[in-house]
Structures are given as structure tokens and as C-alpha cells.
Design a protein around this ligand. Structure first.
Ligand code: KG4
Ligand code: ZN
Length: 345
């Protein structure tokens, strides 16, 4: 059995977690997530402030995660840390901390790609959320449709060509006068809207698209955001719930249909959702209803594991640790980096 400390500082959450286990039999012993509230007043994450807050929080957050797990530094076999992608200054705090701690304790450090962490998150809560599966990762910074044949073997089917799904939620929230981060607020407002009042085109979704077409799996949300902008310009505030509903319906329909295409093409029986937008209950319910007809089950993480957290980093770290992968002291942080383990054709 391996016991791993995970560290995540890629954006505005300082998080640490202890997990233990072997292979897919892994248990979360603790998870501490400190969300930086300060960014709310700016309506978005301010990178320099994020770095400074990580620096202040990292030691107490890790200390607390160890305490909650009933563990000490002596009990750790390795430290897993997010090294990309994200805000480079924020990432550097976690990376520097993890390397220093690993060096000081004489234990290995394992580098984890943030989006691969999201692929592993649901497996901590559902035993069956393991490969092979179709994955839809929808967060504030990324939107990816991935076929996962095995851990470490990822086929990137589609991605957004402009805004990420969460980013679209946040921008629409701003247009409708809702707080940041906007996802949950837009979801709640949309639930009270009348779906027959407004209708927006489903972006990049047409019946005549074929597998192999560049836009068969790709996504795009900036046009939808513009549709909301135009609709809200001449609308009264009473129309806001209906506009939110039309936006929500178009976005969910698109994500669900593209995912269903992947399930069909690869004959998968499992769909795993990840990223902050996977906390959207309307999306999860629509996904379940749609892929049930294809004989597939949907596994979604709870809100806590859907958004950025260190448990998913520790879980992905366990996989890489067991494969013998070790990061050197020259490990650096990168703002962008392709998902590791990508397979083509
Ligand atoms: O994965 P995450 O915590 O951070 C990134 O790596 O980006 O995702 C945050 C994003 C935000 O854009 C937020 O608005 C969105 O997830 N989000 C939601 C919901 N909860 C969070 N979007 C739609 N519906 C939700 N319930
Ligand atoms: Zn994330």
C-alpha cells in the first residue's frame, strides 16, 4: 500500500490531500481545500494575488491535511504535485513546496498534469469510474472530450475552439448581473426560466456531421455567449431567467450530444464527468437520460471533487508512482502543456 500527499495550487484553490491504496483500490484519507475569496471583488482570478495567497496558505493547508488523515510526514511514501497547466506563478508555489519537502524527507516527488487529475477524481467516489470510459472534462479553463482506453492512454476527441464551458457560464453570469463564479448561479436561475421564451442555436452541432469531420467532436461557446449578450441587450430583467434557461439548454444539449457520439463510436459503457461544470445537476441528469439509451452509465463527482482539489492529484500521482515515474529536482511549472499519454489514430 502506498500513502501519497497531493498538492494542488494551479488556480485559486490551495489544496492538500492524503490518499492511500494500491491500483484502483485507493481511499481518500483527508482533503483540505482553501478557496481564495479575494478574487470575487475583481470578478475573476488575479494571478499575482493567487500566488501570494498560496504562499501564505500552503504550509497550514498541508499540515491540516496530514492531521485530518492521522498521519505524519514519516508516513508518506511520495508527494504528488500539479505542475501544469494553470497560472504559472501559482503552480510554482506548489511545485517548489513539493520538491523541497520531498528532498527534505528523502521521498519521491511525482508530477501530475491538472487535467489528468480531473480524469481520476470520480474514481475516488465511484469504484466503477475506471477505464475504459468516455470522459467529458468541463472546467473554467478547459473543455475536452477524451476517450480513455486505459489510465495513461488518452485519445483527445474534441475540445473547445474558444471559451471553456465554465468560462461561458462565468461570462453569461456577468451579463445577467450574477456573482462570480457564475456556474451555480446561472444553473439556479435557468431552472426558473421558461424554455419556450428564447432559443439559441446549438454551437457546432449539426445532424450532417460525420466522424472524422473536424467539428464532429469540437465545441465552441463564444457564439452562444454573444447570443446571450444580444438577447439581454433589449430584454427586461424579468427575461433573465428565460435567457439563462435558453443558454443552459443549448450548452447542455451540445455537451450531451457530443459525448453520446463518442460513446457510440468507441462502444463505451461508462461516461465519466470531471471539472467544475460537472457539478451541474442539470447536465448530469441530461447526460444520464441520453446515454442510457446507448446502454451507458454516467459517473459524476460530487461538487467537492468536481472542482479543483488535491485528492485527484494524489490519485493520479498514485498511478504514476506505481509506474515508477519520478520527478527530478529540476521539475518546473508550465502554464500550458498537452495532456500526457495522448494517443493518435
Ligand atoms: O474545475 P474548476 O474548479 O476550475 C478550473 O480548473 O477551471 O471549474 C470552475 C468552473 C467555473 O467556471 C464555475 O463557474 C464552473 O466551474 N461551475 C459550474 C457549476 N459549478 C461550478 N458551472 C455550471 N454549473 C455549476 N453548477
Ligand atoms: Zn480544474
Amino acid at each position: 500500500m502506498t500513502r501519497i500527499l497531493g498538492v494542488e495550487t494551479s488556480c485559486d484553490e490551495t489544496s492538500a490531500s492524503v490518499i492511500e491504496g494500491t491500483g484502483d483500490d485507493a481511499t481518500q484519507r483527508s482533503l483540505v481545500i482553501l478557496s481564495q475569496d479575494v478574487h470575487r471583488i475583481f470578478g475573476g482570478v488575479v494571478p499575482e494575488i493567487a500566488s501570494r495567497q498560496h504562499l501564505t496558505a500552503i504550509v497550514p493547508v498541508v499540515t491540516r491535511a496530514l492531521e485530518d488523515a492521522g498521519a505524519t510526514l514519516d508516513d508518506l511514501d511520495a508527494i504528488a504535485v500539479t505542475y501544469a497547466p494553470g497560472l504559472v506563478g501559482a503552480l510554482l508555489v506548489g511545485v517548489s513546496f513539493a520538491k523541497a519537502l520531498a528532498f527534505g524527507r528523502g521521498i519521491p516527488c511525482v508530477a501530475v498534469h491538472h487535467m489528468e487529475g480531473h480524469l481520476f477524481a470520480t474514481a475516488l467516489e465511484h469504484r466503477d469510474a475506471v477505464p475504459p470510459f468516455t470522459a467529458l472534462l468541463v472546467s473554467g479553463g478547459h473543455t475536452m472530450l477524451v476517450d480513455v482506453a486505459a489510465w495513461g492512454e488518452y485519445r483527445l476527441l474534441g475540445r473547445t475552439r474558444d471559451d471553456a464551458a465554465g468560462e461561458a457560464f462565468d461570462k453569461v453570469a456577468k451579463l445577467l448581473g450574477l456573482p462570480y463564479p457564475g456556474g451555480p448561479h446561472v444553473e439556479r436561475l435557468a431552472a426558473t426560466g421558461d424554455s419556450s421564451r428564447f432559443r439559441f442555436a446549438r454551437p457546432m452541432l449539426r445532424r450532417d456531421q460525420q466522424p472524422g469531420d473536424a467539428d464532429y467532436y469540437d465545441l465552441s461557446f463564444s457564439g452562444l455567449k454573444t447570443a446571450v449578450l444580444n438577447a439581454s441587450r433589449d430584454a427586461s430583467p424579468e427575461d433573465h431567467p428565460h435567457i439563462a434557461r435558453a443558454f443552459h439548454d443549448a450548452l447542455v444539449d451540445t455537451l450531451v450530444e457530443k459525448t453520446a457520439r463518442a460513446v457510440q463510436e468507441f462502444g463505451r459503457t461508462r461516461v465519466v464527468l470531471g471539472g467544475g461544470v460537472a457539478g451541474n445537476r442539470t447536465l448530469v441528469a441530461a447526460m444520464k437520460a441520453r446515454v442510457k439509451r446507448l446502454g451507458a452509465e454516467v459517473y459524476a463527482p460530487t461538487q467537492r471533487l468536481a472542482t479543483d482539489n488535491a485528492a485527484m492529484i494524489a490519485r493520479a500521482g498514485l498511478f504514476h508512482f506505481e509506474r515508477g515515474e519520478r520527478a527530478g529536482l529540476d521539475l518546473n511549472a508550465f502554464g500550458s502543456m498537452p495532456l500526457p499519454g495522448l494517443v493518435t489514430a
